[in-house]
Design a protein around this ligand. Structure first.
Ligand code: FAD
Length: 143
């Protein structure tokens, strides 16, 4: 479970508090992740999964992808983040769209933007999802 506050003195319990950014920045890199570190790593995984998703997925692949997202929403180890993510998916039009790579990539971008908005961050231009996560930017800086 990602942290949001200083460690409990009870070492038998996992540290479930959320670390503030200021404190987290001073922590060594081999400490348990806080919510921000966990989030960055997780978005990298999720967007990379959309980048690797087939252009023409089989029905089985689509079904397994929906199952993965559903389980992810139950198991993401920041419980309040997971609760909000599941609530967002239940809103009209926000259920996972997985019928092809571009659709899945855009859906993930929209899911990420919902969190960005909640946290007061800038929305990402979802027309650019593939340049950011699959092909690299058109200016060639990604090689
Ligand atoms: P991140 O938001 O982690 O983004 C990483 C990189 O992705 C960015 O640098 C940018 O290049 C790219 N990017 C940004 N937006 C998009 C997009 N829409 N589409 C494609 N690429 C994009 N934190 C909380 O404090 N509270 C929460 O409730 C919460 N809920 C979360 C729910 C989920 C499912 C996940 C995976 C994370 C959640 N987080 C939450 C973590 C939060 O989203 C960020 O990961 C964290 O705040 C670090 O933010 P960041 O600014 O470093 O970049």
């Amino acid at each position: 479970m990602a942290r949001s506050a200083p460690a409990s003195k009870d070492s038998s319990k996992p540290n479930t508090a959320v670390q503030t950014t200021a404190v987290a920045q001073s922590l060594p890199s081999d400490c348990p992740p806080d919510v921000e570190q966990l989030g960055r790593s997780t978005w990298t995984l999720l967007h990379s999964m959309t980048a690797a998703y087939p252009e023409r997925p089989t029905l089985t692949q689509q079904s397994e992808t929906r199952q993965f997202i559903s389980l992810f929403g139950k198991m993401y180890p920041c419980w309040s983040c997971a609760d909000d993510f599941r609530s967002w998916m239940k809103e009209g039009g926000n259920e996972p769209r997985v019928s092809n790579r571009d659709e899945f990539g855009r859906w993930m971008c929209e899911a990420h933007n919902a969190v960005n908005v909640k946290l007061g961050k800038k929305s990402f231009d979802c027309d650019k999802w593939e340049e950011r996560w699959r092909t690299g930017w058109r200016d060639g800086r990604c090689g």
